[in-house]
Design a protein around this ligand. Structure first.
Ligand SMILES: NC(=O)c1ccc[n+]([C@@H]2O[C@H](COP(=O)([O-])OP(=O)(O)OC[C@H]3O[C@@H](n4cnc5c(N)ncnc54)[C@H](OP(=O)(O)O)[C@@H]3O)[C@@H](O)[C@H]2O)c1
Length: 324
């Protein structure tokens, strides 16, 4: 993209091949995926962190084609997927080995492009000890249950024994939330999710909320949490500044946690990637968690892919195939 703007600013262009730094490999990209933060970056609202590729793309899958200095444990030709700070919308990308994961058994190399960003984000926000700490048997609410993040969050939480509640905006999406493992799916356009949560939980509330909306849901999210509950904010689609009722937060002993993955230092990202592979890969390989792929386009269709995600017609992930 030469300048920020709507989907039409995206175009395919020739740029120099990436060179791997020490501790990095180059991946010949098989596929990449559209994430909501890509739309924000395209609009000029979410710049790449210092040192990251200026090109879009927070995840990819493919095969290792170049090994940088000091790389151990990976071979040329290995099929991998990777969490990226940028640069995934490309034929080649350089990535630190700490952000690499093997393609999970049972997935094609293209399908694997749907996994890194959502798995690492959901694991680190919902389950990790420093964030949501969701436990089996607890109640979990995820907003936007059929987005890329939402589909992963429902499956992982249900797969690990939580009782899952999800919000979505159409009947078809509510149906999909239930298929993925949500016990209760709430149409946020037609009813107040906070009233429904109170009714479904005998007024007790839920233990963890994963929220992509931010300001406009803040007071209802706080009101929907049980004693000791954790609100985990990962997106600000409903605004960034809201009023937090500290009285309720104090009385219910709540935690409000907001965080992003992309700008974290490499050691933190590598720890999240390693924990995600250890905890989530077995669930993918056993079939408990499957990537939900709305459709597979090509990199030449990037404008259409962004229009699709922007209009929120999709369920799950929109992938873009690069090679083959
Ligand atoms: N912090 C991080 O590191 C990180 C990483 C990745 C993504 N994110 C954030 O996570 C969020 C989801 O990303 P994504 O890639 O999964 O995007 P996505 O696929 O576009 O999903 C967004 C979902 O939000 C739903 N939605 C919109 N308004 C809503 C509302 N008022 N109430 C409930 N649901 C609503 C949309 O569907 P319907 O309205 O049609 O139901 C859509 O399913 C974004 O805010 C993104 O910025 C954060």
């Amino acid at each position: 993209m030469a300048k920020p703007g709507g989907p039409a600013v995206l175009r395919v262009d020739e740029v120099p091949d990436p060179e791997p730094a020490s501790g990095e490999v180059v991946i010949d990209v098989a596929a990449t995926a559209v994430n909501f933060p890509d739309l924000m970056q395209r609009r000029g609202l979410y710049p790449a962190p210092p040192g990251a590729s200026p090109y879009l793309g927070l995840e990819c899958s493919g095969r290792i084609s170049v090994l940088g200095d000091s790389v151990a444990g990976w071979q040329l030709g290995d099929e991998v997927c990777a969490l990226l700070a940028g640069g995934g919308y490309a034929e080649r990308v350089a990535v630190p080995v700490g952000q690499l994961m093997p393609v999970p058994h049972g997935l094609s190399v293209v399908e694997a492009a749907a996994v890194p960003e959502t798995a690492c984000t959901v694991w680190s926000m919902v389950f990790a000890a420093h964030a949501g700490r969701l436990q089996p048997g607890e109640r979990f609410l995820v907003h936007g249950g059929t987005g890329g993040i939402g589909c992963m969050a429902i499956q992982l939480a249900a797969g690990r024994g939580a009782q899952v509640f999800a919000t979505a905006g159409t009947e078809a999406k509510l149906h999909r939330c239930r298929e993925l493992g949500a016990e209760v799916a709430i149409n946020y356009r037609e009813e107040d999710f906070a009233e429904r949560i109170a009714a479904e939980t005998d007024g007790e509330g839920v233990d963890v909320i994963l929220d992509n909306i931010g300001a406009s849901y803040l007071s209802r999210n706080i009101g929907s949490l049980a004693i000791g509950g954790r609100l985990v904010v990962l997106g600000l689609q409903g605004g960034r500044k809201g009023e937090l009722d500290l009285g309720t937060t104090l009385a219910k002993r709540l935690t409000v946690h907001a965080a992003g993955l992309r700008a974290r230092p490499l050691p933190q990202k590598a720890a999240i990637v390693a924990e995600t592979q250890q905890q989530v890969w077995p669930l993918i390989e056993s079939g408990t968690v499957r990537p939900v792929v709305d459709r597979v386009l090509t990199l030449d269709d990037a404008v259409e892919a962004h229009r699709l995600v922007e209009s929120s017609e999709h369920i799950g992930k929109v992938l873009m195939r690069v090679a083959g």
